[in-house]
Design a protein around this ligand. Structure first.
Ligand code: PFF
Ligand code: NA
Length: 456
């Protein structure tokens, strides 16, 4: 029997698409994708990432929505429910546990970067980038990184913003963000694309992003690309499962998921094509790391007509995109705490938001006070880099692997057909084939190859 949920239901399928897009489209597309593409040599990395989206991300996303809609609870209890239904151990709920933890870890560093974006709303708005060159924009970014008070304050503001919406209950409210502000963000990106074509090194950027040089890519790079496919689609940690739990029965999962996947990929590619023309034209290193977005776009805003207005609006929209993603990072844990019966939405948020805030302090300080704190127990990384690595490259792919194995190999086909409304549809068989024989095998191959190369 299909379950009833206690956390509410989306008004219709479109609300789910909007909310899932709100979760997917965020800093992963605009901040992370361009900088990891820059660090990993461009074209070959982008190609591997696209393959991972198609062969691993989309199939696993279908599986995750399916699990959520079947279980109708937090990822922890949904996994327990579907495992029980399949006559399996309740240990499968560990997938949900790992997801809740991954969400809190991601939120810790995510909110630091979102804090940078908030800071940039004011920097751009007050004209800090008027006529800016690369030196000016790099100077402003460097100043921010050396200002602990600003870093921690903005991180705090962002966590409070996130906790604020989740307290109100996510099935309300999010739709507006996705319906109005996401399209506006996309329009802004298209505009920046036009600027990059006119004033930047558009050809250099296109060559960098789309010409295939295998030599530039290591197995580490492949793992980063695969991990990013999970990160950018909000997969492997229960966010999409939690949102799937609020999805009305009998709405087409496959179509919905492909829509979200395509939109997310489009935003990432367009963001890259906005940033790299400016990177190359102003002599910024493509491999400059997490500061890439913040060092490059201000140069464009500082020199284009209306740049003060557009720049400010852009960073507002990026902050909002980050916000709608952050909400989905904390929702799985919040839903679970509520289900225990010991918390309400407000207290659950205070506990989890507080935990992420605390861990996030170490991330906020990772670029100054803790810049040289790279202990062995953090795999020789700063807290920021370690949490990014641990979640995107270990926890999310591992969670996704278990989800693929569960749905591909353990779930009764009748249950799937019931949830998918797709009895006998040929797409169902194609999807199931990929989910069984391709997605999990690729994840394992990438894990094994990276490990072998690390210890070789
Ligand atoms: N998908 C988001 C982004 O690309 O910015 C980040 C994210 C949200 C990752 C939710 C994981 C998640 F569960
Ligand atoms: Na994304």
């Amino acid at each position: 029997m299909a379950q009833q949920g206690i956390h509410g239901v989306w008004a219709n399928r479109w609300t789910f698409v909007l909310a899932a897009t709100g979760s997917a489209v965020g800093l992963g597309n605009i901040w992370k994708f361009p900088y990891i593409t820059g660090e990993n040599g461009g074209g070959a990395f982008v190609l591997v990432y696209l393959l991972c989206i198609a062969l691993i991300g989309i199939p696993i996303m279908v599986a995750e929505v399916l699990l959520g809609r079947r279980g109708r609870q937090s990822p922890i209890n949904s996994m327990r429910y579907v495992a029980k239904e399949a006559g399996l151990s309740s240990n499968w709920s560990a997938v949900g546990w790992m997801g809740v933890l991954a969400g809190l870890f991601i939120l810790s560093f995510y909110s630091v970067v979102a804090g940078w974006a908030l800071h940039y709303v004011f920097q751009t708005g007050t004209g800090a980038f008027e006529g800016a060159t690369r030196e000016v924009s790099q100077g402003v970014f460097g100043e921010l990184l050396s200002n602990n008070t600003a870093l921690i304050s903005w991180h705090t503001v962002f966590i409070l913003m996130t906790v604020g919406v989740v307290m109100a209950g996510v099935t309300r409210g999010l739709a507006m963000v996705a319906r109005v502000l996401m399209p506006l963000l996309f329009v802004m990106l298209i505009m920046l694309l036009g600027y990059g074509m006119a004033a930047g090194d558009y050809v250099g950027a296109a060559k960098f992003m789309f010409s295939f040089k295998v030599s530039a890519l290591s197995w580490d790079g492949v793992l980063i690309a695969m991990g990013h496919a999970f990160f950018t689609l909000s997969l492997g940690m229960g966010s999409i499962m939690a949102y799937g739990a609020y999805m009305p029965s009998h709405s087409n999962i496959g179509q919905t998921v492909v829509t979200v996947g395509v939109l997310d990929t489009l935003v990432a590619l367009v963001a890259g094509m906005c940033i790299f023309p400016i990177v190359f034209a102003s002599g910024i290193e493509p491999s400059s790391g997490p500061g890439l977005l913040f060092q490059s776009l201000p140069v464009a805003f500082g020199n284009m007509p209306g740049g003060l207005f557009f720049g400010t609006l852009f960073f507002i929209l990026v902050s909002i995109a980050a916000w709608s993603s952050a909400v989905s990072l904390i929702e799985p844990g919040v839903a679970w705490l509520i289900e225990t019966g010991k918390f309400n939405r407000v207290t659950a948020n205070l506990v989890l938001g507080g935990a992420s805030w605390l861990v996030g302090i170490s991330c906020a300080l990772s670029y100054n006070l803790l810049a040289d704190f790279k202990p062995l127990f953090l795999a020789n990384r700063t807290p920021f880099d370690f949490l990014d690595f641990l979640t995107a490259q270990v926890m999310l792919p591992l969670g996704g692997l278990f989800i693929a194995i569960f749905v591909g190999w353990r779930m009764a086909k009748a249950v799937m057909e019931d949830e998918m409304d797709a009895e006998g549809h040929p797409m169902l068989d194609i999807w199931l084939f990929v989910l069984r024989y391709i997605s999990p095998v690729l994840v394992v191959i990438v894990f094994v190859m990276t490990l072998m190369n690390t210890f070789a």
